[in-house]
Design a protein. Sequence first.
Length: 604
Amino acid sequence: MTSSSEFPNNARNASNYPARPPEAGFSPDANNPTAMHAISARDIFRFIERNWRMFALFSAAAIFLAIVGTSMVSPSFTASATVMFEPNANSALVNEDRGQTVETSARIDSQVEIIKSGRVATAVVQSLSLDKDPSFVGRQGTAASQDQQANIEKAVVALTNKLNVRRIGQSTALEISFASGSAEKAALIANAVAQGYIDVALQDKSGAAQKGASWLEKRLDYLRGQAFNALQEVENFKSVGSGSPADSRVKLAELESVAQSYRQMYDSFLLKYFQTEQLVSYPVADARLLSSATPGLAEKSPKKAAIIVFAAFAGALAGGALALLRQSLNHTIRSPAFLLSDERARYCGAVIHAGKMKTLSSARGKGRILRILTAIKAYALSPPQREDLRLDALINLPPLRVSNDLRRVRSAIFSALPPTKARIIGVSSIERGEGKTAIAANFSALCAASGYRTLLIDACAYNPSASRILAPDASLGLYDAVRAHQSPQRFAITGLPQGFSFLPIGALTTSQSLADLVDGGRDRLGLDELRSAYDIVVIDLPTLSESSDAVSLSRWLDGIILVVQHAHTRQDKYREELGWLASAGTPYVGCVMNKADPDLGKDA
């Protein structure tokens, strides 16, 4: 046989073949599987199952980056001390009017700002000598030539940047947290800030009390003088008197009332003065230390375990997003739902990929198992034998699901064909490599195994893979029979292990295609004689993209089957070819999805 490259491509621009029409009559929604049904939990599970490698890859990459990143970052420890703000702590000493005070929540917010203020920070810096700590002022800041006030300011800024104060829930408790590279230092500074806040509150309370006492003392002196003058006027009026007795009584009552009022005011301010003096000598702050920070309870960050878990989850999400994007941009046929959504597709079933079979447990007999293992080894190691396995693996493993898929396909095809005694079926695909020859060969073998007299004809001059595998040494075949005007049955090879007869392509020594050779009449193919000799004739036709022979020869056939490959055949190309077959009046039987995912049938 000559090389297929010597055979010209007489494709569809010949005048005697119909031109390909536009995609008329197709609704975009009708060909969109997502428009046919809502997304279910099974769809999500299948999506994860199909793209688990991408999920795992991105998750592993994120975990690796998280491990590297956390190992490069110096650990940090956060210690926390808790203070309780009690605005009514001095109610026993000072009887304040609570109706005129600021609301408690606002006062607590004010205390948060006081803790974070520079006054508290400066006191902590000076008490712990943080202005000499390189982690606060830098190594240059510890030099003797540096200004001490500048170092203090740097340390205050560094301290406030690492200090965090928050209110615990709706309570009056305040949590003071500080982060440092040392758990001991973090606890020390957190406790120092808490104590510094309490000390500042005491100083403010004591200072306010001293100012109040000074003011009250001045006020008492004034009230004492006023009360003395009022009492003296009463006594003078009693001794001297004035006017009529009635007027004297009224005037005396008025003077006594004024003197009594001054006396009461003086007594009230005197009590306030004593209370304030007691507060000055024994000040009580509005806050107290509730719990101290301890190095053992300091939280370490970064938390590697949490970061790694988050990175794994984020990586999986990124992988899922990329997989979803890739799927949205993938316009290949990935589901029977796409084929079932179009009535003209006439979906006949799916055949799983032979290389993805999950179990061989149904094979019986030691000899059968050895044959299966030998076939799998050949498929994995020898590229020339891999094509051979694709043609006969399904035949050699009839108990497996692949064989059941073919039986369902055969039932669908037979029900769609006219009820004639002998059936002549053509098998084609859109592009090369979609497995039409494997489907044709295994379909023929299955029919032969069921008792049908079956003939497989290789009519694919552009890629006669069936002839190369089943009859590599044959020199005569279909083309020789057509050119010699002889019966193709004379050139058929019988006695093949698969159980069917096979007619190879023959010698390709002409520049004419098979359709041109038999254009003079169907008798050139001897189809009537083949109907008498066989029950089923399967013709392996060229692909639609390489030649128009499939359409031209189909007018003498009972039907033509179109093979599409799962996740390979493009949807737009399939719709285009289907429209072309319809416009050409081809006896289209239906389509078969080849090399499908093993679990595809569960969702079909």
